[in-house]
Design a protein around this ligand. Structure first.
Ligand code: URA
Length: 233
């Protein structure tokens, strides 16, 4: 939410009710701003104003940042007709303005960042800022040394003009590698493995920039980011 903000919008956001309904309530005298009953919908509200609705104070919670351990089967979208979304896993008020900073596929597990701070998520996800995202990858076929070298050098993805940027690749086992990439193209890891004639069978994100998935979080659990994680991603 951006301030200054109209009263009807502010209340509608905080009580999660449609604006038309809120306007009816304002007419009935439900809204008080700094101690005065207000009957105009478009009164301008700033964060320092005290707003009461039916005598209950409405507090805007400001910018919030969560890390979630995403399980399989959930989509990284605000709503979806077919599948549950990562937002179904968050038991938090006023999530209307929130978005996922760097989506994962429905069958990928691991670290997902969710916030209402668009500037922050842009810095995390924009390829311009070159934040590495680290994935644990399990493959269908053994990973050859040649494939590892190709992934490090950059591969040609189907439908893209340029090679992928150099990746950091660590072979963990015949069928497992840790791959860090600084771009976020659609299905990038799966397409990179396809480009070296292999196939991803399991994919898990461990890290974004310097933010590591908290190992205390079970699949489906989440927590607020620490001050340090927010500032030094
Ligand atoms: N690359 C993919 O192919 N899928 C993801 O979910 C994330 C990165």
């Amino acid at each position: 939410m951006k301030f200054p903000c109209r009263l009807d919008k502010f209340v509608s956001h905080l009580i999660e009710s449609p604006r038309t309904k809120v306007r009816g309530g304002i007419k009935r005298g439900y809204a008080k701003v700094n101690g005065e009953v207000v009957s105009k919908f478009d009164v301008s509200i700033s964060p320092s104003d005290e707003v009461l609705w039916k005598d209950q104070q409405l507090v805007y919670l400001g910018k919030r940042y969560f890390m979630l351990h995403k399980p399989k089967g959930y989509v990284c979208a605000n709503s979806d007709e077919m599948h549950p979304t990562v937002f179904d896993l968050l038991d938090e008020p006023n999530l209307k303005d929130f978005h996922v900073a760097g989506r994962l596929d429905i069958d990928t597990t691991g670290l997902v960042l969710i916030t209402n701070d668009g500037d922050w998520s842009h810095k995390i996800t924009s390829p311009k800022h070159e934040k590495f995202k680290t994935y644990l990858v399990e493959t269908r076929d053994p990973i050859s040394d040649e494939a590892i070298q190709q992934l490090r050098d950059g591969v040609q993805l189907h439908g893209e003009r340029e090679l992928t940027r150099p990746a950091i690749v660590e072979k963990l086992a015949s069928y497992q590698l840790r791959l860090s990439i600084s771009e976020g193209k659609y299905h990038q890891v799966k397409r990179m493995l396809a480009a070296v004639e292999n196939k991803v069978v399991e994919l898990h994100r461990e890290k974004i920039g310097s933010i590591l998935l908290d190992e205390q979080l079970e699949e489906g659990q989440y927590r607020l980011l620490s001050e340090n994680e927010i500032l030094h991603y």
